[in-house]
Design a protein around this ligand. Sequence first.
Ligand code: ARG
Length: 262
Amino acid sequence: MFGLTRARKTAAVAATAAAAAVALLSAPTAEAASSRIVGGTTTTTTAYPFMMQITDASQNQFCGGTLVSANKVVTAAHCMVDETTSSVRVVGGRTYRNGTNGTVSRVSDIWIHPDYTDVTQGNDIAVLTLSTSMPYTPASYVDSSDTGVYATGATARIIGWGTTSSGGSSSNQLRTATVPVVSNSSCASSYGSNFIASDMVCAGPTSGGVDTCQGDSGGPLLIGGVLAGITSWGEGCAQAGYPGIYTRLTTFSDEVTEQVQS
Ligand code: ARG
């Protein structure tokens, strides 16, 4: 429901009204005919060196993350629910999910936004502290004052190993696509009160076909090459009228900086 499923967990939307809406929305509408993220192209961690796999202790990738300093990774709070510092690894420099190369780090601290409860309530952000520094160039992230980056129609880049169609399989190779930023009013007309403009930003073409999907969560939304969002949730994937929803990083930038400096 609402695309909340990831590899190993399902987040449930509590509201009955929402559940009823989901039942209606879950009809097999508008699935991208050719799915390839959904609708992207293959890429590498050489092209995006800050792109981290978030894995379990056996190095099975289940979310993405963005390296923002040698030992700090920004990801989604919902990726870290039920995780502990011993259950998670961060892997850099590994283009393929089934690869064994790159740098594997344990996590010494997991900061989950203290107000996080559910993706539809916002605050979907976490910062991991790595035990081993990553020898890769980190991404810059937006400042709290950079709110202009989310101009309607701005081109944003999404990156991940997630499924290439709703209900499909994860991609072995890293994928990327570009999606236009969607206005808050348009996103609110799609998602109603589950869209919280202060904490979320939507991106995706009106006609669907290009989107993040299950397993992409926690990964970056880049605008002008700068980390501006975190893959969070959506209704299905790549459906017309239901753009992907990303954590609005300007809202949380100061808290990220506090974590990066801690
Ligand atoms: N919640 C998903 C995850 O954990 C991400 C879903 C993104 N959905 C979308 N339609 N953009 O991987």
